[in-house]
Structures are given as structure tokens and as C-alpha cells.
Design a protein. Sequence first.
Length: 35
Amino acid sequence: MDLKSSLLKLFAEYPNVDLHAMGFPQGWENESLWK
């Protein structure tokens, strides 16, 4: 499993976590770094 998939799974398990507060901008998964 790659890092992006691992993060998405983790975020799905903890939906109350504020991704913006963690430094993830809205739409982070669509940026070229994560493709």
C-alpha cells in the first residue's frame, strides 16, 4: 500500500480529524505529488 492510500484509509477511520489543521490543503490528494 502506498503512502496516499495509507493516509486515505487512516483519515477514513478518523473522520473527526481536522486535515487543514494538520497542514493538508483542500484537494491535497489531487496535487501532482500524490499521483
